[in-house]
Structure formats: C-alpha cells, structure tokens
Design a protein around this ligand. Structure first.
Ligand code: DC
Length: 234
C-alpha cells in the first residue's frame, strides 16, 4: 500500500543467527508490500546440495574444490506460496523444510565461508534486488551486497536468547532437539560467521543497531516501520 507513495528502497537487515531478523524482515515486507529475500536460505540450499552429493570430506569439513566445481549446477529460486510465505527451491525442488534441519544448520557456516560460494550468491542477490522494493536479511547485506541500501539495521541479542528462540521454533516444528545442543550450535556458528576471512558479519558504519532481547514482536514491528518511514521519506 505504501509502495505506490514513494520510490522503492532497499532495506538491509543483518545479524547473528536466530536474532529474529528474518521474522522482522518478513513482517515488514508484508506490511509495506515489498519483496523479502532470505539470503541465509541460499547458503543453506548450497549446503544441502553438498551434503546430498557427498561434497564433504571424511572429517566433515566441506570439500571446497568440489563445491566450487558444482556451483554452475546449483540453481536457487524462491516460490511464493498461496498463503504469502516463501519457499526455497533447489534445482526446482522445494527444500524449505529440509534446509531448516539441524543437519544443515550444523554444516552451513563453513560452506558460507567459501569465497566462490559467496561471490555466486552475492551476484544472485544483487540481481534480485536490482529493482529495489525489497527487504533482505543476512550477514553481509549492508556491508557487501547492498552497501548503498537506504536503510540498514544490525540486529543483536544474546546467544542464550537466540538459542531459546531457535529451540522453541524447532520444538514447534516437531523436531527432537535439546537446548544445550542448539545453544552450542548458535555459539559455534557465531564464531565462524564473525571471524571468517571473506565478508565476516559486522555492523556497517551506517547501520542502526537494535538489541531486541527485551522487545515484543509488536514493539519490534513498530520500531522497524518507523525506521522504514523515515528512510523512505514518508
Ligand atoms: O540466517 P541463517 O541462520 O539461515 O544463515 C545460515 C548460514 O549462512 C549462517 O551460518 C550464516 C550464513 N550466511 C552468510 O554467511 N551470509 C548471509 N548473507 C546469510 C547467511
């Protein structure tokens, strides 16, 4: 509804895993009539492909050269469902549920650290955002993918808060998980995502920081909508 009243902008939302950024990104996109791009889903889809094609070494680290060689065979798209949600497609197959499993979560960070994988994903993301009017969530959106985004948000919350959220989400989906395992995975991924050589997670200088540990969903929505209005000149 608001989209017709302004020139469309790009909203970059970066932060650690389970910081609530995808929920806030998705909700803002629905409210203002923008598209939503979940870049983490793309790295997850590449990881799923690698797992299913034996592209990991016996010590469970990614077979980097085999994954790079496979990149031209990996096609990632998104399909909007009748209820408005978005599903990730890997070579035409709906893998939305599969890419959220712990098997993928545990393997994704080292795959997302491979420079060639990042270059391929970033190129696709930039293509998808060319017409603006999009909310993009990830780790390097405000720093690398869309450094000129009109609105950049950097979301933070403690590892425990984020692990609790992820645990609840997984239990609700019927997964048999244990909290300590989820917390360990969150801490481990934080470490890899923020210390890797290639575009590590960091706050862009012009990003607005948000610690949402103590915020309700409604407070968060209202805060973000306010930032959007200001950035879009509404
Ligand atoms: O947001 P997520 O948990 O679905 O992300 C999955 C992994 O992909 C995580 O290890 C970080 C990585 N990622 C990334 O490196 N860059 C992005 N833009 C998005 C995600």
């Amino acid at each position: 509804m608001e989209q017709t009243q302004h020139s469309p902008i790009i909203i970059a939302i970066d932060g650690f895993s389970s910081s609530g950024k995808s929920t806030m990104a998705r909700r803002l996109a629905a409210t203002v009539g923008y598209r939503y791009l979940d870049t983490g889903a793309m790295y997850r889809a590449v990881t799923l492909y690698a797992l299913d094609h034996g592209l990991f070494l016996p010590d469970s680290t990614p077979d980097t050269s085999a994954i790079i060689a496979a990149l031209p065979s990996i096609h990632i798209d998104f399909a909007v469902q009748p209820d408005g949600t978005q599903h990730t497609l890997l070579n035409g197959k709906d893998v939305e549920a599969e890419i959220r499993r712990l098997r993928v979560s545990e393997a994704v960070s080292p795959v997302a650290a491979i420079a060639e994988v990042r270059h391929a994903m970033v190129a696709k993301q930039q293509e998808l955002g060319r017409d603006k009017g999009i909310v993009v969530d990830g780790r390097d959106i405000g720093t690398v993918v869309f450094p000129d985004a009109e609105l950049k948000i950097y979301v933070d919350a403690s590892a425990e808060t984020r692990a609790r959220r992820r645990f609840k989400e997984m239990v609700e989906k019927g997964a048999a998980v244990n909290y300590e395992e989820v917390l360990a995975n969150v801490v481990h991924r934080d470490h890899i995502d923020s210390t890797r050589a290639e575009s590590p997670l960091r706050r862009a200088d012009d990003a607005i920081a948000l610690d949402n540990s103590e915020m309700t969903l409604e407070e968060q929505d209202a805060w973000l909508l306010e930032q959007f209005r200001r950035a879009a000149g509404l």
